[in-house]
Design a protein around this ligand. Structure first.
Ligand code: IDP
Ligand code: MG
Length: 136
């Protein structure tokens, strides 16, 4: 069963810095994900801490929040059939070393922390994350 869904994608600072915005967007478009919303912003560490609060008990939480707020990011709402799982598949594994060939993280990720993209991991989280950046 396929259905049209929305998911949140973020192009992280390492990829924005390397001018990979258009390359990454083209991967979504080629795979039938429409970019419904799109903005380039820089968030504060406090905002990053709120966004990533699900990870607050992890040893890498502080570094993760510092990193996401360290430079401009591009936040997007992607829409298409099975958008949540499709985006996760296009992104590849969290650690670029383990990511499949031709995934965004395999192509562009530098390391587990500088892994170029974020994507919502469930429909429920997608709704929350979209609302976080694009309040309706
Ligand atoms: P995901 O981005 O593939 O969904 P999560 O487990 O949700 O992965 O972790 C969120 C982010 O935290 C990852 O994208 C990565 O940048 C960072 N991260 C995850 N695990 C580690 C780690 O073991 N060390 C450093 N950073 C990590
Ligand atoms: Mg995650």
């Amino acid at each position: 069963m396929s259905k049209v869904e929305q998911t949140l994608s973020i192009i992280k600072p390492d990829a924005v810095e390397r001018n990979l915005i258009e390359e990454i967007k083209s991967i979504f478009l080629k795979n039938n994900l429409i970019i419904k919303e799109d903005k380039k912003i820089q968030i504060t560490k406090e905002e990053a801490a709120e966004f990533y609060k699900i990870h607050q008990s992890k040893p890498f939480y502080d570094a993760l929040c510092s990193y996401l707020s360290s430079g401009p990011i591009v936040v997007m709402v992607l829409e298409g059939e099975n958008a949540v799982s499709k985006n996760r598949k296009l992104m590849g594994a969290t650690d670029p070393k383990n990511a499949d060939e031709n995934t965004i993280r395999k192509l562009y990720g530098i390391s587990i922390d500088k892994n170029s993209v974020h994507g919502s991991d469930s429909i429920e989280n997608a709704k929350q994350e979209i609302n976080f950046f694009f309040k309706s």
